[in-house]
Structures are given as C-alpha cells and as structure tokens.
Write a protein that binds this ligand. Structure first.
Ligand SMILES: C[S@@+](CC[C@H](N)C(=O)[O-])C[C@H]1O[C@@H](n2cnc3c(N)ncnc32)[C@H](O)[C@@H]1O
Length: 254
C-alpha cells in the first residue's frame, strides 16, 4: 500500500478499523433504520454540519480530484444533498454545466438556497430525482459524481446502471463514500489534520450508518456495464472509479 500524502492514499485497506465483525447483518439492520432520502429537519441539520471544516475540506478535495480527470462540459452530482460539492466544483471546473439531483425535496430546497446565495449561477441546476430514475436522456453527461450517498441507496446496482445510461461513452462515474474500514495510516492523517475528536466521531459514525467497504463497493459495480477501474481514497472518502465503455467521440451509447 502506498500513501502519496493527503488525498492520494492508494490501495485497499489492509488493517481494518471499524465494526467489521458485525458487518453484513449490522449493515442490513442499519439500512432499515435509515430512510433513503434525508427528510426535513435532517436536511437542515445536515446543511449546518456540512459547513464544518472537515466537510468543506472534503468538498474541495473531491472537486480537485474530479478536475484532475480533465475538463467535462456537463457533470451530474447524484444525491447532492445541500449542494456544497456543486459550489466547490464551480471553482475547479469553472466552465462546466453542473447538475445536482436528490431524492429528498427538503434537501433540494437547501441546495437551491445555497447555490442561489453563494453562486447565483444559472449553469448550476438542482432538481428532485431518484438515482434509480434519472430524468435525463441517454449520454447526457461527461462525468457522474456522488459523495456520501451510495450507502443510502436502496438499489445501488440499479442506480449505478442509471448513471451508466446518462453518461457519454468513455466517461467516468466517481462514487465517493465513507467506508467501514479506513486504512490505519489514513486514520492517522485524519487525526493529524482534524484532531482525535473528529476521528472518533467518524469511527463512531461507522457503527450507525450502513457503510460499505472498498471491496463491497467494487462488487456492487460488477453486475453493471461499467468497467471497474478500482477504488482509492480521497481524504477520508473511498472513491469507486467506474468507466463507461466506448469512444467519447462516438456520441450517446447505451
Ligand atoms: C449523507 S447525504 C450526502 C449529501 C452530499 N452529497 C454531501 O456530500 O454532502 C446523502 C444524500 O443522498 C440523498 N439520497 C439518498 N438516496 C438517494 C437516491 N436514491 N437518489 C437520490 N438521492 C438520494 C439523500 O437525500 C441525501 O441528501
């Protein structure tokens, strides 16, 4: 395993940190307790939390991570929540058209407010939609992104297949989420940057949210038409890198 520093942690976790012994049954139980979309007043609370330093740093990190894959004209953020990633993306991919969707109308309202107040930018659109039924034509986007939403999805294989459908040939789907097992060295980085208290909160969080592990994220994508390029860490988030087959110049391709 190699670590190229914060945000470029490579490889699969080798030293589990998290509630693995309870893994599958615990995750299924927690999934039943968590609604798929975050309703009001959870949306208001989450919007407040997402202004904290650890969230903001991760939005920036993900936005830079996305930008390093090259320029995209249309990006889709699935499960955008309060839309802060869209605002961070506006800084790293300034020319792109950005679209965020969320299953929760309460979250969409938060995101619309944030985008209007902070950007006033007509090239950022937020609308209510389920990841399982995206209201876009085939081959609409150059890149699909999602942060912290995958573990909420009731039918993630279907949702990833929908992302495949709305992507152009050759495009990437980057799905970032917290995982039950963060590599030990990464935990040390989080502790150094954000303090032991926040690391403890993250760790406790993995007992009450139905997070996956890196290998489980990859396994979800295998039944889809995507090519699984692997998983790696961007900050504390594990990124599942998927690519749609085909030549980007060839146009829409199902
Ligand atoms: C933990 S929040 C993450 C929000 C945001 N991406 C972020 O990083 O701050 C998860 C979001 O996914 C949304 N969500 C859950 N299931 C969804 C689905 N099937 N389709 C679209 N959005 C979904 C929830 O409503 C919630 O806003």
């Amino acid at each position: 395993m190699a670590s190229g520093g914060w945000g470029t942690y490579l490889g699969a976790p080798e030293q589990p940190v998290g509630p693995d012994n309870m893994s599958d049954r615990w995750r299924q139980f927690m999934k039943r307790l968590h609604p798929e979309g975050i309703p009001w007043p959870g949306s208001v609370l989450y919007n407040a939390l997402s202004r904290s330093e650890i969230f903001r740093r991760h939005y920036e990190l993900v936005a830079h991570d996305v930008a390093q894959y090259g320029t995209a004209q249309r990006l889709l953020d699935i499960g955008t929540g309060p839309g802060h990633l869209l605002l961070a993306l506006r800084r790293t991919v300034p020319d792109a058209e950005l679209v965020g969707v969320d299953i929760s109308p309460a979250m969409v309202a938060q995101a619309k407010g944030n985008v209007k107040i902070k950007a006033g930018d007509s090239r950022i659109e937020v609308l209510p939609a389920n990841a399982n039924a995206l209201p876009f034509a085939d081959g609409t986007f150059d890149c699909a992104i999602s942060t912290g939403s995958l573990h909420h999805w009731n039918d993630p294989i279907h949702a990833l297949s929908e992302a495949y459908r709305v992507l152009k040939a050759g495009s990437l789907c980057l799905t970032y989420d917290l995982v039950r097992h963060m590599p030990k060295a990464l935990c040390e980085e989080v502790r150094a940057r954000f303090g032991g208290f926040r690391l403890a909160i993250l760790w406790l969080h993995s007992f009450e949210e139905p997070f996956l592990n890196a290998d489980e994220m990859e396994a979800l994508a295998r039944p889809t038409a995507f090519t699984v390029e692997g998983t790696r860490f961007a900050g504390a988030l594990c990124c599942l890198v998927l690519r749609k087959a085909g030549d980007p110049a060839a146009g829409p391709d199902k």
